[in-house]
Design a protein around this ligand. Structure first.
Ligand SMILES: [Zn+2]
Ligand SMILES: [Zn+2]
Length: 303
């Protein structure tokens, strides 16, 4: 198979775009989309926080932010939820890349911040899926720490697969309001304490991130989270991959539908206000106490 742009051997076929690309043209194609997705998103000299997990998506994001955003201070923020045998290897990968790129790495731990690890929460007789605790506590901590570090934007490594999965899950569960409230990149949270998110990989499929990371020597010992079997999300992921294989472009069109819906919801919805700050932790919230603090309280009473 030959590259659609030149005569070299293609290393990847990109079916939804109807092309095959050689190494050089693939890198360019990948980086062009990244640059387009960050265009106009940062002000000069502002501090940018990149949320990293140690996985290939976030490390690739960090690598490209350093490559393309010159006039900014960049810091990496990693949340360690205390998943034994999982997070440690990823932290090593994160450290390796951060020192290669000369980016300061800040690590914050559930154990120190909330007094409990995700493994300890998992053992309790809890009401919710483990991923809900992890997600809520992680988001709370990320926003808080990014703000305390002085970050004006928080860059996330979510790829197209992540975004399409969440969009579809919200739709299937009838939780369309989540699109509006989640306040991720195109969402509607406006609060002086909420750090706006930027997701430069959101239009790029996971498979391409894997290839790009490999070509750039970005190493990640990623293994699947051991709690993933609990998640409804794994089902959605498999289903989406099947659909994409049969109908290339499905993930992109789901994302487009989602983004268009959010635009419409923005016009008709009264902005879901987060008028308050949590009485316990000071983070933005709708009521008196934020979801994270509510959970921490709940966990204390679990057996
Ligand atoms: Zn080429
Ligand atoms: Zn709180």
């Amino acid at each position: 198979m030959k590259c659609s742009k030149c005569n070299k051997r293609a290393i990847i076929e990109i079916r939804y775009a109807g092309k095959a690309l050689c190494e050089e043209h693939f890198k360019r194609y990948f980086e062009n989309r990244f640059r387009k997705n960050i265009h106009g998103k940062f002000d000069h000299n502002e501090m940018i926080g990149v949320a990293i997990s140690g996985g290939k998506d976030s490390l690739t994001t960090l690598y490209l932010i350093k490559k393309f955003v010159k006039r900014a201070d960049v810091v990496a923020i990693l949340i360690d939820e205390g998943l034994k045998g999982y997070r440690d290897a990823l932290i090593e990968d994160a450290k390796t890349l951060c020192s290669r790129l000369d980016v300061p790495l800040y690590i914050f731990r559930f154990k120190e911040e909330y007094g409990i690890t995700i493994d300890e929460i998992a053992k309790k007789r809890r009401r919710r899926g483990i991923c809900s605790y992890c997600g809520v506590l992680r988001r709370n901590l990320l926003n808080k720490k990014a703000r305390e570090l002085g970050c004006k934007k928080l860059v996330m490594g979510h790829n197209l697969d992540d975004e399409a999965q969440v969009a579809l899950m919200n739709f299937i569960r009838g939780e369309y309001w989540r699109m509006v409230r989640m306040g991720e990149e195109q969402g509607l949270i406006e609060h002086e304490k909420f750090i706006p998110r930027v997701k430069p990989l959101r239009t790029i499929p996971e498979r391409e991130v894997v290839v790009y990371a490999m070509l750039r020597g970005i190493k990640s010992n990623f293994v699947e989270c051991r709690y993933v079997h609990e998640a409804y999300r794994a089902e959605i992921r498999d289903m989406l991959n099947e659909l994409e294989a049969k109908f290339p472009g499905t993930k992109h069109s789901i994302l487009r539908s989602n983004d268009r819906l959010v635009e419409i919801l923005k016009e008709t919805f009264v902005v879901e206000e987060m008028p308050n700050t949590c009485k316990v932790c000071g983070e933005p919230c709708a009521g008196e106490i934020c979801k994270a603090c509510e959970m921490v309280e709940e966990i204390k009473h679990l057996k």
